[in-house]
Each structure stands twice: as C-alpha cells, then as structure tokens.
Design a protein around this ligand. Structure first.
Ligand SMILES: *Cc1c(COP(=O)(O)O)cnc(C)c1O
Length: 344
C-alpha cells in the first residue's frame, strides 16, 4: 500500500525525471558565481516574478532571514503577523542574529494584517522607539491566497510611510494558480519575495529570494555569513528548474484534490472542515476520537500530523493521488460517530 503522507507538502520525493535532470546538471562552484545551473535558476525565478535579481538559498527560513537583514539594520523593526512563519517558526532569527525587533500584530482570519492596525503600529521618529522599516506578509496564509486588492493596499501604505514590503511567498505559486493570475501579479507589490521550491513544487531543497540587484548583492554576503554559500548547488538548482517546468501547472490538481477531500469530509458527522482554498484542508476532530483515528491511520498507511491539538492540517501534494484522497475520506468515515448520535 502506497503511504499517503498528509503532514506537509515538504515530504515529496524527487520524481525519476527530476533525478535525471539533477544527474545531467552542469555545475560549478557557486561561491565563485560559477555554477551555470544556479545562475539560470536565479534568473528564471527573478524573471517569472518580475524582478531584476535572484538568490538561491538552502531554505525558506534562510531566504526570509536574509531578506530581513537586507531591509533592516540593528535597532530597526519589522511589522509582521503574530502567527506568521517569519515571526513564529523561524527561531526568532531576525531578533537573534539581526538585532531586528519584531512588531507582531494579530492577523484577521483570512491572514491579512488589517492595514489600520499596521498604520497604528508604525512608530514615530523619536529616540524612544525602534525604527519601523518593513512590513512582512505571507502568501498563501494557511493555504489561503491573500486578496490581490489587499496587496495593493499594503503597497500604498508602505509608500505613504517609507516602509519596505517583503513577502514570505513559500507557496506563492499555489496562490497564483488559485487566483488564476501569473505569479508576477502576486509578487508585483513587493520589494522582495522568497519562494520555496521544496514545498508543493516538489524539489528536494531550496528557496529563491528575489529583489533588486542591490538587495541581492547584499543578500549574497548575508547568505555566506549564515553558512549558506554552497558549492556545486547546480544539482539542486536543476531539480528546482525541473519543478518550475513541470510542476507548476499541476498545482491545480493538488487544489482540486484538496477540494475533493474537504467535500468528502464535510459529508461526515462530527467533523468541522475548513479550507481547500489551495492545497490545505483543516479538520477539527473531537480530541476523544484522536487515538482511534491515529490507530486507524497507521493501519491504512496514512500519515497524519502529530500533536494532540484539536485541528488537523492535511496537505495535498505531488505524492498524493486520487486513491490517496479516497483512502483518507474512508479513514475518517471509519472512525466517525454514527450520525444519529450527533446532537442537532
Ligand atoms: C516552509 C515555510 C517557510 C520556510 O521554509 P523552510 O525551507 O522550511 O525553512 C517559510 N514560510 C512559510 C509560510 C513556510 O510554509
């Protein structure tokens, strides 16, 4: 039985065609700027996103940190969502390594940072305060694409207040596919964008940070300092280029399967289902049923997220096919309480 791993879209394995592209890659020493495949990837992503320069890095965490270090100096501040990846899930890198103060704000349920709250958080130029320099957004947010008109509103706010605007676009391609627009439309309002090749696009490793040539030049120094100066990284860049050539269009399949999964689960008693805006479905399960669900999942070859929180995030990706979706719906159906026992 083929395992169905729904924990994250980071779990995808390189396909045979991707491995062949990696094996055939021309490589060189990227610290010397001599890896032609890395250079091609950086140019390709920059062009796709409508920017003038790109930088290939080992992870999204490093790409975001490098962007923050480029935009903000010691004693500067960035405004960010309280649950945003850059603030919450990246080890506090901006504060630890950059002496950059975060100003976290609660996000609205759709992942937007209300612009009035952002505006109110901007500090006056006064020695009491850190200097507010940057607004950082995340798209998709918990699988939701941010509304395009919200992004232009954020740009206008940043222009009014002299802030830079960074996007953690780990799943930018999912956002663009869901909105039915080119990625450059989603990226256009930003001064810098990080994008993960290692999530739904299915490459084994890597992120690209795009910006203007000055930012990327500064970013290259920070990347080296952070230990991200890599050598024959063209093997990985080849996988990323293969993903861009072959795995962007198919993100729509992931979204369709996530929608089918959500529909299947919505039909079952005792579950609260949210999402399927892109490739993620959120399911609230009675904690008392979690042990039975976990045991049944093991038996069915389905890997669910760990922890004992009430909401499970199920992520659909390259290695989840139609049979996997059907098996997952059947798993939840098998441990569902009888419909009649649910109070109206
Ligand atoms: C995965 C992810 C990152 C970081 O990527 P890594 O490559 O795991 O460091 C950043 N932001 C978001 C929203 C992510 O999902």
């Amino acid at each position: 039985m083929k395992p169905v791993d729904l924990r994250s879209d980071t779990v995808t394995r390189p396909t045979a065609a991707m491995r062949a592209a990696m094996a055939a890659a021309e490589v060189g020493d990227d610290v010397y700027g001599e890896d032609p495949t890395v250079v091609a990837l950086e140019r390709r992503v920059a062009a796709d996103l409508g920017f003038r320069a790109g930088l290939f890095l080992p992870s999204g965490t490093q790409a975001n940190l490098v962007a923050l270090l480029c935009h903000c100096a010691r004693g500067d501040e960035y405004v960010v969502g309280m649950d945003a990846h850059t603030y919450r899930y990246e080890g506090g890198g901006a504060a630890v390594l950059g002496s950059i103060q975060p100003q976290p704000l609660p996000q609205a349920p759709d992942g937007t940072l209300p612009l009035a709250a952002v505006e109110a958080a901007i500090k006056p130029d006064d020695p009491h305060f850190a200097r507010t320099r940057l607004l950082a957004l995340e798209n998709t947010w918990h699988g939701r694409p941010l509304p395009l008109d919200y992004l232009s509103g954020a740009r206008a706010l940043c222009d009014r207040h002299g802030l830079a605007l960074h996007l953690d676009g780990a799943r930018l391609y999912n956002a663009a596919v869901a909105c039915g627009v080119p990625v450059r439309t989603v990226a256009a309002p930003f001064d810098s964008v990080s994008v993960c090749l290692s999530k739904g696009l299915g490459a084994p490793v890597g992120s690209v940070l795009v910006g203007d040539p000055d930012l990327v030049h500064a970013g290259r120094r920070w990347r080296k300092m952070l230990g991200g100066g890599w050598r024959q990284a063209g093997l990985l860049a080849a996988a990323a280029l293969h993903a861009l050539d072959h795995h962007v269009g198919r993100l729509a399949d992931d979204h369709a399967r996530a929608a089918r999964l959500a529909d299947g689960l919505r039909g079952l008693p005792g579950l609260e289902v949210d999402g399927a805006h892109t490739n993620m479905v959120f399911v609230r399960v009675d904690p008392a049923r979690r042990p039975a669900l976990a045991a049944a999942a093991r038996a069915a070859g389905i890997v669910l997220p760990g922890g004992d929180g009430p909401v499970l995030r199920l992520v659909v990706h390259l290695d989840v096919d139609d049979e996997g979706i059907a098996r997952t719906v059947a798993l939840f159906a098998g441990v569902a309480p009888a419909a009649a026992t649910i109070a109206p």
